[in-house]
Design a protein around this ligand. Structure first.
Ligand SMILES: [Zn+2]
Length: 280
């Protein structure tokens, strides 16, 4: 594990943390329209970082508010005025976001922190569960994450296709992607889309492969690959019914009327707002 410390004074600014793949759902800053409190962008005890290190708000240490930047709309802080957390040495180091409809996060400024300690060993691909889509009340946000990941996948597949039409086989790939690919109304020789990853190797022009849940590295495969989130990949690749894990109360939102419970989430509707935002 590593602790992130202030580059200016060396103070520890986090608890010990483990790396996870950078979440796709970060690209959709706002989910829904107010009222609803969102979960943390990354799980407690973890960090991820592309341009900036992000952690769960509860994992930050040794900081204080920058009081003239605690702005939001109704339920919390949206962070739009820049860093609102300062190290004890006075340096602004991070922005906390916790307003409703926003993924809760502490996002460190670039170059404000550095990792200290020994990173966890990189786990073998086989050590992760590549067969089960979690269906638990404790993870009611799976659907939102998957829908955003599907939108990100659409953008990346269309980019990889370079203007060619994309065809998909029937099943979860078609249910998730075909409508949006067909809506592009592209002409010319089509490229096929398939899946490759742990236990799965399909023949296709473009392969959706999982990202390593810890490092974000793409599953090694030959040819044109589009790395996607591991949890979306598992849902696309494993169509068998899956065990329903014990629930702790309530009902999983997309299936409020289902009895008995579904054995896997039936559909993933790509977050079209995200698709429209990034498509030319
Ligand atoms: Zn400091």
């Amino acid at each position: 594990m590593v602790v992130f410390e202030c580059v200016a004074c060396g103070a520890a600014l986090t608890v010990p943390l483990t790396q996870v793949d950078g979440p796709d759902h970060e690209v959709v800053h706002q989910w829904g329209n107010g009222i609803r409190y969102m979960p943390s962008l990354v799980p407690a005890g973890t960090y991820a970082g592309r341009d900036r290190i992000v952690i769960a708000p509860g994992d930050v240490r040794g900081v204080s508010w920058i009081e003239d930047r605690l702005v939001g709309y109704c339920c919390g802080i949206d962070g739009h005025e820049g860093p609102n957390l300062a190290c004890a040495c006075g340096r602004p180091v991070a922005t906390r976001v916790d307003d409703c409809s926003l993924w809760q996060v502490v996002r460190f400024e670039p170059d404000a922190v550095r990792p200290i300690g020994v990173p966890d060993p990189v786990r073998e691909w086989e050590s992760f569960d590549w067969d089960t889509t979690p269906l638990t009340d404790a993870d009611e946000w799976w659907q939102a994450r998957a829908e955003i990941s599907a939108a990100v996948a659409i953008i990346r597949v269309l980019t990889a296709a370079g203007g060619a039409p994309v065809t998909v086989p029937d099943g979860p790939l078609a249910d998730t992607f075909r409508r949006e690919f067909d809506a592009q109304r592209l002409s010319g020789p089509a490229l096929s889309l398939g899946l490759a990853g742990p236990g799965t190797t399909e023949e296709a022009d473009i392969l959706l492969v999982p990202r390593h849940p810890q490092t974000g590295d793409a599953w090694p495969a030959q040819g044109s690959v589009v790395p996607i989130s591991a949890e979306l990949w598992v849902w696309l690749a494993r169509t068998d019914e899956q065990p329903v894990r014990p629930r702790t109360g309530g009902q999983w939102a997309p299936h409020l009327s289902d009895d008995p419970l579904p054995r896997r989430p039936r559909t993933v509707e790509p977050c079209l707002w995200a698709v429209r935002r990034w498509l030319p």
